[in-house]
Structure formats: C-alpha cells, structure tokens
Design a protein around this ligand. Structure first.
Ligand SMILES: [Zn+2]
Length: 248
C-alpha cells in the first residue's frame, strides 16, 4: 500500500473500539478523507494531542483506493489555534466553518482554494477580535469558490457603481440601486449592510478587524448570507454550531 502525505484540518472525531478514533479530515491534496487512528485514545499513543478537533496537522496515511476508511500512520501538529481552544465563542465559530466545509459536495474532491480559505478562516478566528465577522466573510468568500459569486459592485439596471442601500435579487446574484429601485423586488439591504457584504467579499480577513457593523445591519447581513446559501446550495442544512453560538 502506498504511503501518502498531506496537510489536514480535523473536522470530526468519533470513538472506535477500545482505544481508536475515526476521523473526518479536510485535506489539501485529497479533499475530504476518513481515517482510522489506531490506539489514538490510549495513554502512550504516538499521535499525542495532534488529533484534537480543529487542529491543523500534517499526516501520513496508507492509501488503498478500494477502502473507504484509510489507515493513519503519522500525524503532527502544524498549528494548534490556542486562542480558539480557550474561547467557547471562537470554538463555536470555528466549528461552524468546519461543519459547512464538511457539508459541501465540492469538499469531497481536492480543492486547493477551498482548503486555503478554510485554513485562513481558522487562523483569522484565532487572531481577530471580532470572530463572527470572520465566519460571515468566510461564507461570502466561499460563494466565489462555489461559482455563485454575488455582484456587489454595479447596479444591474443603470450599470453604475453604487454605495447606498439596494434591493438584492438573490436568485440572480445581482442588485438594483436606490435610484432605480421603485418597483423592484428583492431583499432590501441598507447602505451599511451592503458596505459590510462588499468588504467581506473583497477584503482580507485581517483587514476586517476594524469593520464595525450596527446590530440591525448584522441581522440583515446574516439574513442575506443564510438566504443566499440556502437558495444556491441544494440540501444545505442549517449550521448546528451557529445555533449553539446564538445561544451563548
Ligand atoms: Zn441603478
């Protein structure tokens, strides 16, 4: 059996037998991968603490194409995300990112852009002061990778670039500006909400630290993101981790 090497993020962990673990990993080179880590729960396991949820690790595994669960040979921590592990809030948001990746059909195949975005989001949740904005930006940036990028720049009627409030047509992924809006249907977004969504799409995670969004706009933005994902991704489930976060 050939040995394969790649980097991975630990999405899910289940107990198996007396001492083992079955792990769902999102890997850079193989997409989603299920592995068994034999003896991972015993005291002197060679895996140490490397297989904890949310860890960014490098792995070696034995690949047998006919097998659904691959055998993990080695795992080492690349990044542990200490600030995430110390905060219930950050953990819930990081879990939401992992849950979303785990639920995506494109996650099954290797996708270097998705892996990069996933990793950047975890790093930003670890670092940023407003981790909720990281989850929002992750979801908006994800739409680019999924090929369903909403247009936040030009009004679909007058073709002008706009800054103000808009009516957004989720089915078309485009908007109509305030001046053209009269009878237009669509989800109303305030200037503040529209500005935030555009920043989430365009700006790096690090530069979102200074972005302040009012409470009503947060609700509008969250409503927009949820509706957009739901409309464009068939069978997408509500994120359990987000429900948990809202209860905090
Ligand atoms: Zn217009």
């Amino acid at each position: 059996m050939p040995l394969k090497k790649t980097e991975a993020i630990v999405l899910k962990s289940l107990r198996q037998g007396e001492t083992s673990k079955i792990l769902t990993l999102y890997t850079r080179a193989f997409g989603k991968l299920t592995v068994i880590a034999k003896g991972a729960r015993s005291m002197r396991s060679k895996f140490g603490g490397s297989l904890e949820l949310l860890n960014y690790i490098s792995i070696v595994f034995y690949e047998k194409e006919t097998r659904e669960i691959q055998l993990l040979s080695q795992a080492d921590i690349v990044e542990f995300f200490a600030n995430i592990k110390l905060s219930v809030e950050k953990t819930a948001l990081a879990m939401a990112v992992c849950e979303l990746v785990n639920n995506l059909e494109i996650g099954i195949e290797p996708n270097p852009s998705l892996f990069k975005l996933h990793l950047e989001a975890l790093k930003a949740i670890n670092q940023n002061e407003n981790p909720m904005n990281v989850l929002r930006a992750f979801q908006v940036k994800l739409l680019n990778i999924l090929g369903i990028r909403p247009d936040f720049t030009t009004c679909s009627k007058c073709k002008n670039q706009k800054q103000g409030g808009v009516a957004f047509d989720i089915t078309q992924g485009s908007f109509i500006c305030e001046a053209c809006r009269k009878q237009a249907a669509g989800m109303i977004l305030s200037a503040d909400s529209f500005h935030a969504l555009r920043s989430f799409q365009r700006d790096s995670f690090a530069s979102l630290n200074g972005l302040l969004i009012s409470e009503p706009s947060c609700q509008q933005v969250d409503g927009f993101i949820a509706a957009y994902l739901k409309y464009h991704i068939e069978g997408l489930r509500d994120l359990k981790a987000v429900k948990f976060f809202k209860k905090l």
